[in-house]
Design a protein around this ligand. Structure first.
Ligand code: MRU
Length: 346
């Protein structure tokens, strides 16, 4: 499935090359670095974002750390790698894919017999994580496409697109497969305050791919569902518990409530690396609290009076009772989610 969308992150000659997503849609600029700390910084500042993409970025950061390490023994190299892993885990707390990727790389590194073996294992595991993600997205696309019919309007929030993953995206993969099959549909993207991932990123990548897209403000979902025909909502996810509570970009929960009120099916698309079976309830998911200035300043200009701060939870949690189905690379899971999730993941 050829898409007219550049790859979000790549491993090129022992360096990491990633699209600086803060520059989109005005400029397509890349960050190229051999320094794992620069990759950690890119995750923290959201130059790269999206649950699967930050998992891949963290794995590549670990690969950089081992390649450029000056440690002389295997145990020193491993210790350095573990310190780097801890720093990466502190960048963003909600998306479990980052933690999943870091622990997969560390598990593999611990099997190494000597330094060169460790480097090889770490780089190969990081590349494999990227490959697995791309393949999972293609499968999500194949399963999710069946939900989209000719003439449909699909609503989405944030960017759970190719830019947020290795390729194809999660919520967008069904759209790309449907387009390939010749299905005619359009997309409504919520702009997604304050980072505007919907307006800047989803609109950009769907336009690149030739899919009709319109943007609405986040507070317009009620009137848009009343006035426009919305057939289906598909969102991404940052962490899904064993009982089917879904953390995703802030605004997803109200979107699910409005969809329920209007009888619009609400689907979540996510690879199995987004599931966290160690927790059950929504309250157990760590929700990232980001700096107040990211809300009170717009394009560098203050929009609230001096002295008035904002509360900025970057994610919210949608309960399973509002979710119609979860599209994974292993098929579409339906309620009761505690049973369907276990059946597919354990
Ligand atoms: O803060 P972000 O931009 O990293 O949040 C991204 C989302 O919430 C996405 O919907 C989610 O990570 C799924 S990406 C395939």
């Amino acid at each position: 499935m050829p898409l007219n969308i550049p790859r979000t992150i790549e491993w090129v000659e022992n360096k990491v090359r990633l699209i600086n997503q803060l520059k989109l849609p005005y400029a397509l600029e890349y960050i190229e670095t051999g320094d794992w700390r620069r990759v950690a910084e890119a995750i923290r500042t959201m130059e790269i974002r999206g649950a699967p993409a930050i998992g891949v970025a963290a794995a590549f950061a670990l690969a950089l750390a081992t390649i450029h390490s000056s440690a002389r023994t295997l145990s020193e190299t491993l210790k350095e790698l573990e310190e780097c892993a801890e720093a990466l885990k502190r960048t963003r707390p909600t998306a479990v894919n980052l933690f999943w990727a870091v622990s997969r790389v560390l598990d593999e590194a611990r099997k190494a017999a000597e330094i060169e073996d460790l480097r090889k294992r770490v780089v190969e595991t990081a590349l494999m994580i990227q490959r697995i993600d791309e393949e999972a997205n293609r499968m999500i696309g194949n399963y999710g496409e069946k939900l989209i019919e000719n003439g449909d309007t699909v609503m989405t929030i944030c960017n759970a697109g190719s830019l947020a993953t290795s390729y194809y995206g999660t919520a967008t993969a069904p759209l790309y497969v449907a387009q390939e099959k010749g299905t005619k549909f359009r997309v409504i993207a919520l702009e997604t305050r304050p980072y505007l991932q919907g307006a800047r990123l989803t609109a950009w990548e769907l336009k690149q791919a030739g899919i009709e897209v319109k943007v609405v403000t986040d507070n317009a979902i009620g009137i848009v569902m009343q006035k426009e025909r919305v057939d289906l909502v598909i969102t991404g996810a940052d962490r899904i518990t064993s009982k089917g509570y879904v953390a995703n970009k802030v605004g997803t929960y109200p979107l699910a409530l409005v969809a329920k009120e209007h009888g619009v099916p609400f689907y979540v698309a996510a690879p199995t690396s987004t599931f966290d079976l160690s927790i059950e309830k929504g309250e157990e998911i760590p929700i990232e609290l980001r700096p107040s200035e990211e809300v009170t300043l717009m394009f560098g200009k203050r929009i609230t009076p001096e002295g008035v701060d904002a509360i900025y939870y970057a994610f919210d949690v949608t309960p399973p009772k509002l979710i119609t189905g979860i599209i994974t690379e292993k098929g579409v899971l339906y309620p009761p989610f505690d049973k369907s999730i276990k059946r597919v993941l354990l």
